[in-house]
Each structure stands twice: as C-alpha cells, then as structure tokens.
Design a protein around this ligand. Sequence first.
Ligand code: SAH
Length: 367
Amino acid sequence: MVNIMNYEIKYDTRDNIASLLSENNPKQVELIRKMAHDVLLENCGSGVYYRGLIEFSNRCVSDCYYCGIRRSNADVNRFDLTMDEIVDSALWCAKNGYGSIVLQSGENSSRDFIDFVCRAVETIKKRSVSEELPNGLGVTLCIGEQSEADYARLFAAGAHRYLLRIETSNRELFKTIHPEAQSFDNRVECLRRLKRTGFQVGTGVMYGLPGQTYQMLADDILFFKGMDIDMLGMGPYIRHSSTPLKKNENQFIIEGDDLLRVSLLMIAACRLVLKDINIAATTALQTIDPTGREKGLSFGANVVMPQLTPVDYRKSYLLYDNKPCQEDTKEECKNCLSARVGSVGREVHYNEWGDSPHFKRKGESKN
Ligand code: SAH
C-alpha cells in the first residue's frame, strides 16, 4: 500500500508548480487541497467574505475576443444602471451585512464615466455608514484600464480595492485573445499605477484558453508573486457563442472534468505560493460545476461575490454562455450562498470589509 503522506508536494519552482497543476491522481489532489486549506487557516483564518457584485454598465470600448460584452457584439442590449439603482443595491448590501461591494462594468475612460463612478462611490461611502459599518461599505472597483490621474480620483472618492485581471501573463497568448490595440504592457502598467495609487490590487487569469499550457499557468502564479498582488479573481474560460475565440481542435486546451480539476488546483497552488492574499471563488466556477464555488472555498478561496445586478439586466451582462443565477433575486442569492458556504464547514463574516491580510502586513512592515 502506498502511504500518500510520503509523497512530497513541491511548489518552489516553475516546473514543480506546473506538475502540481497537472496532477490527476485523486489522492494527490486531496492532499494538495488539505495543504492549501491549512495554509489558508494559518494565514487568513476560516472566514469567508462577501463582495456584493453590481455590474452597472455593459458598454465597452474593448474588443476582447473571448468576452460576450465586447464592443463588436451587436446582439447585446447595452444598459447603464442609474445612480439610484446602484446606490440602492449597495445600501441593500450594507443592510444585509455584506461588508463590501464590487462595482464592475465594461471599459470606458470618458470623463463623464469617471465622474459618474466617483459620485457613485462617494454617495455609497457616505450613505452606508452605520453602527455596524462605521467606515461604510468597502468598495472594490473593476472598471478596466484607466490613467493614473483617474485611478487617483477613484481612490480619493473612497474606493480602496481594484481588480484588473491580466487574463494571461503570457505575452504571446495575450496577443491571440486580444486585438492589437489592447496591449499586455499597458495592462501591466495599469497594475503598477493602481499599486502606486494605494489600492489593494487584485488580478487574475482565465484557464483553459486555447493554446494555454500548465507551464503558462505556473508562470501566471509566478507573475502574481512578482507583482506582489493582494487579491486574486480567476476562473475557467467559458465560450460565448457570439465571440470570435473559437476552439481550435489542434491546440492544447484544458476542458471537461480537467477544467474543474485545474480550476481548483490553480486556487490551491495560489494559496500555497502566495499564502495570505484574498482569493475569490468566482461565478465562472459554478458554471462548470453546480457546487464549483463551494469546492473553490475548500481548495483555499476565502471570498465570494453574490450577484446584486438587478435581474432584468443580468441577461445583458453575459460574459460567457450559461452564466448561472440569472433569475435569482438578491434575497435568494443571499440565502443560497450562506447555505453553500456552511456546507463546506465555513462561515460568512458579516459586516466586515475582509481586506487582504497580505496588504495589511505589507503596511505594517513599512512602519
Ligand atoms: N472591463 C473590466 C471588467 C471585465 S469583465 C475589466 O477589463 O477589468 C471581468 C472578467 O470576466 C474579465 O477580466 C475576464 O477575465 C472575465 N471573462 C470575460 N469573458 C469571459 C469568458 N468568456 N469566460 C470566462 N471569463 C470571462
């Protein structure tokens, strides 16, 4: 009989991380899961934090080949939530104990747009202050590439975390999924701008992209480490039928059961390597497996993003096909999620921002 504890799981080099990610022996996968879980408990505790996700506009100037709301997709009804709709959704979160929200949209750098987001953040920060939340809601933005001056305005308005996925850290692969005008270097530069501005910075990648290998995913993790990021939101690539990114039969692609396994191993590997950052179990995970988010939590994630976008607009914010929870109201979402979190022995920490311990520790070591 083989004692699995005798196997050593290593994640100290690119090759070792790549071999961890390609592990498909169920016993080994379980061992990796347990290791990641222990690292999570030691560095972040067992709490799960909510970020109420408000997708407030699907207008987008970018044309990413994989994304359902890309500029060239003429089938999408474009919408913008009103200021009242955004603020009401945010205040619902505050009232229901979600300590934080994420404001997400397509890409837009116009002055009017930035002014609007600044006003929304200021209003939310002011109106969400209560006994439970003395500093108001924590606000994360996910509104794409902007100038340093605009990042500074958004930070001054009261947002303190920002998500900008690099999508892949492999320059060549990046080129195959984006048009020429969208550059890898600018995306990296934006991450640097966000850090200089003072944001807690989150990034992430998609896995299962055509042409993507385990080595590239290992490089992604080393990229996160090199950039010293505070948060991660990653997920499987899921095809949207009216986008140009087609599967090429001759290209390596991770799919089917492997895609779920790799998704979970990516979370675990990031937890093992990066230790004290926040990692989200994303909605895309639930798309490929009905209990994908819970599995994500048990492999080392500690953040979940319940849907707050008004139901009428959700069908216009389909980044990929079969996005789940299109009809669930925010109340249904709340109950369903707390049961899901409980089902893996974890507990939601209400009325807390749940900032990345990594960011806090960086601050402490500077003082
Ligand atoms: N405009 C913002 C928000 C984009 S949508 C920005 O650029 O940051 C948020 C994320 O959805 C993207 O970063 C991308 O990683 C993910 N996404 C888009 N299309 C997807 C698809 N087909 N499958 C899986 N994830 C997708």
